[in-house]
Design a protein around this ligand. Sequence first.
Ligand code: GDP
Ligand code: CA
Length: 339
Amino acid sequence: MRTVHKITVLSGGMGGAKFLQGLLHGIRGGTLPGVADDAEVTVVANTADDWWIHGLKVCPDLDTVMYTLGDGIDLERGWGRREETWSAKEELAAYGVEPTWFGLGDRDIATHLVRTQMLEAGYSLSQVTEALCRRWLTPTYGAGVRLLPMTDDRVETHVAVADADEPSGKRVVHFQEYWVRLRAEVPAETVVVVGLEQATPGPGVIEAIAGADLVVLPPSNPVVSVGTILGVPGVRDAVATTDARVVGLSPIVGGTHVRGMAEQMLTSIGVEVSAAGVGLHYGARSAGGVLDGWLVDERDAADVERVTAGGIACAAVPLMMTDHDATAAMAAAAVRLVG
Ligand code: GDP
Ligand code: CA
């Protein structure tokens, strides 16, 4: 493979952000085989988790990536700002304003205020994101990184859950309600991504995929993170036809997600919850899918044969993102697999 100068990553929130940190650690440390140490990284982030709450536009995955790469994330929670306080949330609750279950920290609110004001002044989400990133993606933390929303259009994941109190026997909730209020503890019957089919890729998204040397699907949720990005009309085709090599890393380890709710989401779309199941769901580029290579965890070594038989290069390596070095080693293995 030619030297890699441009890497494009299709990212969700926590899993994607953690991977990006390790990837950058590996790139800048010169430990990724065949990757220039000044390689540029473009992140195409999922925006289907976005919603309006208390009059504010909140973009959880964009913010998780931005805060993580900018060293402003709360490491323990994995989302939101470090050294957060919750006065506004308490005051809203004192007024009895619903919903009370969604965590909006005071520092975080400032981000949403800037975003909402700019959107209302007519700027696009891409322009707003670029403006917010000027604070976070600095020469110290995010040099050479660009963060792009998958689309500037409003796209929202909704989940149908069983509800005996409803005449239809089910209720449709916003993804945030499914995840934060219901804690993904009830089965998801169907996942509907409202607005996805009418959405247009954000500025620079298709170019970033078509013009990359390497495209990476990090261990993000295959349905509600990577799945929604690939679902923006034109994006899947761009990944399928790019000259870049395309490699993915499994978010399913030992038959379930490491954290989050990928298992519930995969079940709802009828995909086998296993490392091989997800790899084969993405499919081989040689057969109309999006992958040249797929990394599975060493615990799933028995899956390698099935993935390979599906036309996708596959290897089993440790896939737990325990620290930057471990994650950089995963990125190195991914590059090597398709190199
Ligand atoms: P979200 O938007 O915050 O849900 O984050 P993503 O969609 O980017 O990532 C969620 C996925 O990351 C989940 O399916 C997890 O299984 C996966 N994940 C989290 N930590 C790890 C890890 O250490 N290793 C692997 N392989 N997957 C992980
Ligand atoms: Ca998310």
